[in-house]
Write a protein that binds this ligand. Structure first.
Ligand code: UD1
Ligand code: CA
Length: 461
């Protein structure tokens, strides 16, 4: 699965900082772009180029939450108790990382757009160059905030100068440091303690390793990439939105190349883990999120939201529906304006129409609830017709109770089913009934007062 270079490469992702420029109570690396926390995005990219046991993440700010994210992704956390800079963050991994030998990629955790292929190219270049380190760089229109790449006479890197310490001449340099390095591990660990916090911020800058290695007589190379957008670092919410847009664009292109039609893709949101089958069509402003899986030949109507759900083939979700943690079997139909809350399960060919809400309810194959209903905690058989306005009263103010409806039942419009209650197969409920006793199979149940007509009443009054 991994080639020789990859087996000999370890990755450390720096994710311990607070991210003050986000102006947030939440650590920067937990903010999401493309439907994933930034740190998760970095780990998933790293997983493509190195074995999981060689992927480490330096955590510090909001350590418990970030560590949980790291471990859920299958990587290992290293604790940086005080955040004293990117160089210090790497030093914190010395005990775990020195023994690994080979190369070490240092990857800033706020750079979610980097492609795995670029990291592979970095590792290959570092391996074949014999340099002590290789840094990914690019040229940008506006380099404000990034470290500037100062070149040496032979096209290598002389030093990296941070914004705050740069001279006016250096500030004009448009080639920037991505924050992503590949070090020869031996050279890194030999010299890392030479980093001094002698800068306006008083931090240990990893970028100082370049001049340190140069002074030790070693060469530092640059891998300059053409697509600057890949190296966008996220420091504030404007950059977060830009990264989100790019990641989502990539996901939609992937889906389209795999045979999914997306109408007005610039309006559609699809999370990274979502899978969609061939010949499915996604309408404008749809949002498909979480671990949703959609089969072939489905149609997701405009402005529908589908989260963590599983849709079989040929499912149709008409516009403005919200489907959460639900299961829709083949050829089920939903909407417009339906709401499927967690635990809804539509079996094959079942239909749910406008203003129908389901929660923790199974609607059997071919059954229909087309208008204005609430079905909660219910088990409904096959070929059942639920009339307009039917309500399952599943809650008595303190507890929830189940409703069971057998195959072939007809529930007349505006029925009130007071749970716990059972309606046996092929029973028939008259419209407007209030049902709180079991209805036997094939019976007609009428739970309403008889109509009274008073002849000539209007004339007498
Ligand atoms: C850094 C680089 C800069 C580069 C830019 C690219 C340094 C000194 N500067 O600047 O040259 O152009 O990235 O985006 O390296 N972190 C820790 N522990 C710390 C400090 C930071 O883990 O003590 C982590 C942060 O969580 C973040 C990453 O390192 O994920 C980068 O830190 P940040 O403060 O954003 O660095 P920049 O100022 O953007
Ligand atoms: Ca940054």
């Amino acid at each position: 699965m991994f080639n020789d270079t990859e087996r000999d490469t370890a990755v450390v992702i720096l994710a311990a900082g607070q991210g003050t420029r986000m102006k947030s109570r939440m650590a920067k690396v937990l903010h999401r772009a493309g439907g994933k926390p930034l740190v998760r995005q970095a780990i998933d990219t790293a997983m493509e180029i190195a074995p999981p046991e060689r992927i480490f993440v330096v955590v510090g700010y909001q350590v418990d939450r970030v560590r949980a994210e790291v471990e859920a992704a299958g990587a290992r956390a290293i604790h940086q108790i005080e955040q004293l800079g990117t160089g210090h963050a790497v030093m914190c991994g010395e005990a775990e990382l020195t023994g690994l030998g080979g190369r070490l990629i240092v990857f800033v955790g706020d750079c979610p757009l980097v492609r795995a292929a670029t990291l592979t190219e970095l590792a290959e270049m570092q391996r074949s160059s014999g340099s002590a380190a290789t840094v990914i760089t690019t040229e940008v229109e506006d380099p404000t905030g990034y470290g500037r790449i100062i070149r040496d006479a032979v096209g290598g890197v002389e030093s990296i100068v941070e914004q705050a310490a740069a001279t006016p001449e250096q500030l004009a340099v448009r080639e920037i440091n991505s924050g992503i390095f590949c070090f020869d591990s031996a050279a890194l660990w030999k010299h890392i303690h030479e980093i001094r916090p002698d800068n306006p911020a008083g931090e240990y800058y990893l970028t100082d390793m370049v001049s340190i290695l140069k002074q030790a007589g070693r060469h530092v190379s640059a891998l300059k990439v053409a697509d600057a957008s890949e190296l966008l670092g996220i420091n504030n919410r404007i950059e977060l939105a830009a990264a989100d847009r790019i990641l989502r664009g990539r996901k939609l292109r992937e889906l389209m190349l795999d045979g999914v039609t997306i109408e007005q893709p610039e309006t559609v949101t699809v999370d990274a883990n979502v899978r969609v089958g061939m010949d499915s069509v996604i309408g404008p402003f749809a949002q498909i999120t979480g671990d949703t899986v959609i089969g072939e030949n489905c149609r997701i109507g405009a402005s529908s939201i589908i989260d963590n759900s599983v849709l079989g083939e040929g499912v149709e979700v008409l516009p403005f529906s919200v489907v959460t943690s639900s299961k829709l079997d083949a050829r089920a139909q939903v909407g417009p304006y339906s709401r499927l809350r967690p635990g809804a399960h539509l079996e094959e060919g079942a239909h749910v129409g406008n203003f129908v809400e389901l929660k923790n309810t199974r609607l059997g194959a071919g059954s229909k609830s087309m208008h204005l209903a609430y079905l909660g905690d219910s088990t409904i058989g096959k070929k059942v017709n639920i009339g307009a306005g039917t309500i399952t009263c599943n809650y008595d103010g303190s507890k929830k109770y189940p409703t069971v409806i057998g195959d072939g039942v007809f529930v007349g419009s505006n029925s009130t089913l007071i749970a716990p209650v059972e309606i046996e197969e092929s029973a028939y409920i008259g419209a407007g009934s209030v049902i709180n006793h079991k209805v036997p199979a094939k019976a007609l149940a009428l739970g309403r007062s008889r109509q009274v007509n008073k002849e000539g009443w209007r004339g007498r009054k």
